[in-house]
Design a protein around this ligand. Sequence first.
Ligand code: ZN
Length: 67
Amino acid sequence: MSNQLKPCPFCGSNDVEAFAQDEDDCPHRSAIVRCHSCDAQSAQMVGSTKIDMAIRAWNKRSEGADK
Ligand SMILES: [Zn+2]
């Protein structure tokens, strides 16, 4: 795995996961990063690099919260 998720910017938990929502009833098949501790989540991303995009969005938010 080349993508490293940063801890949750809201609760500090490392229990975060990036995953694609590929269920048939999810029309956009988007990918998000979610914190299992406080249920915070990143923006939903779509497209062939949606997982990478979601991770990038999550990490960017985490960096911003630290400053
Ligand atoms: Zn959290």
